[in-house]
Design a protein around this ligand. Sequence first.
Ligand code: C2E
Ligand code: CA
Ligand code: CA
Length: 398
Amino acid sequence: MNTEIILEPGDILYREGDANDTAYIIDTGEIVLYSNAMGRRIAFERRGAGSIVGELSVLTGHPRTVTVEALTPCRLFVVSAEEILARFESLDPILRACIDTSIGFTATLTRRMNEGGSDIPLVESTLRDAEAVTERFKLERDIVLGLERDEFHLVYQPIVDLSDGGVVGVEALMRWEHPVLGTVPPVRFIEVAEEMGSIGRLTELAVSDACAALGRMRACRSAGEGFYVSVNISGKDIERDDFAAFVARTIALHGVDPRHLKLEVTETSLVADPLSAARRLDELRALGCGISIDDFGTGYSNLAYLKSLPLTTLKIDRAFAGDACRNGVSRSIVTMLLGLGRNMGVDIVAEGLETEEDVAMLRKLGCRFAQGYHFCRPLAESDLLAFVEDLSRRAEAA
Ligand code: C2E
Ligand code: CA
Ligand code: CA
């Protein structure tokens, strides 16, 4: 099949009523779209370089509604219907329904203008997975309501120094006490909040609450000098122009030393636009906060962009760290990441250590910091304080 078509002025690309359904991208030249259907020639519009033509028949599967004629010498690239429909398939369902519905409505409009009629046709839903889509809207509505009703709070999981067993800091993890569903874990709502917009408010809550709790935790006799709180930040927060200013205000409000606040961003949330992410992270780093890359090893395997990020910590994902004592490949990846961390001069935290064997393996591989159910599950603030006190009492007794 031709991938390119050359037209001279006056050449017809296709005629009204033709059944073919190929679209074209105009590289050079200009074409005109017209119809003779009303008994006289009505020209609708001209299209030039960079425009597409023939799109409607592809999307509707109906014959051509207009004739297309070259006004100047033209070069067009052919885009097959299959190619366009494959792209259409992967569209966001709401966007797709918007396009489907407006195409349908345009056809209805023309038909009703011409034919009239007193019945009002009921249009079939074009929204794919309508139930799942409306569920997301409901969940977003409930998140916003939950924020107003104070249903979200943080729990804290200790991060441990493997060299002496001391707690060096905590990771703040969000929980939702839903009035009907009970405790909802973050995997059930963070993604929807990111997609639908409420993530900004959830993050602000997490940063504020964590900063407030940090003061109380650091006041605890057994919290070490460098004791920090690490808060999860979404890729959407990094995109915000005002995020660094928000963090700066919050730190000041709670009198937090920025060195005791770390912000965790997942590797995957940085890959969409690494350059602008690096700029934003620089702003946060300039405040004095630590920057952790979360779930390290699960995202983008191109490590080159790491050089441009102002990192202080890498967190090795549970998939590798928690698997290193059973699986040679995981062990090699952990070893490689530990070397990388050492060369970059950043701390490494191994995530998801559940057993004594996991801990022994990570210690043997030279990992300094770790987190996981083996040490402690995420705890409410008061339980966390008791846990840290108890740990240091036992250390003193030993
Ligand atoms: P994450 O940042 O990787 O957090 C670690 C998750 O692993 C937590 O799940 C924690 O409870 C769990 N975990 C800790 N140790 C172990 C272990 O030894 N074994 C196993 N199997 N799991 C362990 P959680 O609290 O359900 O959070 C899930 C994810 O939700 C987090 O993964 C993070 O990506 C996200 N998240 C949590 N809180 C927030 C938040 O405030 N903001 C944002 N943007 N995301 C959050
Ligand atoms: Ca995290
Ligand atoms: Ca993680």
